[in-house]
Design a protein around this ligand. Structure first.
Ligand code: ZN
Length: 59
């Protein structure tokens, strides 16, 4: 759910800008946009009700 207002009206949007020529990092992932309050941010900031486990490489 939205970390700003707690609404469940959150849309997940994938983005992929390719490899940044300046940093060499692959700039891609998922972002959210809240339909209730308009907040946007990284999808990983969403509440635990989301099943985001793709690409997790934490030790
Ligand atoms: Zn919100």
């Amino acid at each position: 759910m939205c970390p700003e207002c707690g609404s469940a009206e959150v849309a997940i949007e994938e983005y992929d800008f390719g490899v940044c020529r300046q940093t060499g990092y692959h700039d891609a992932g998922e972002r959210f946009r809240c339909r209730a309050c308009g907040a946007t941010g990284d999808a990983s900031d969403l509440g635990p009700c989301n099943s985001i486990s793709v690409g997790s490489s934490e030790p």
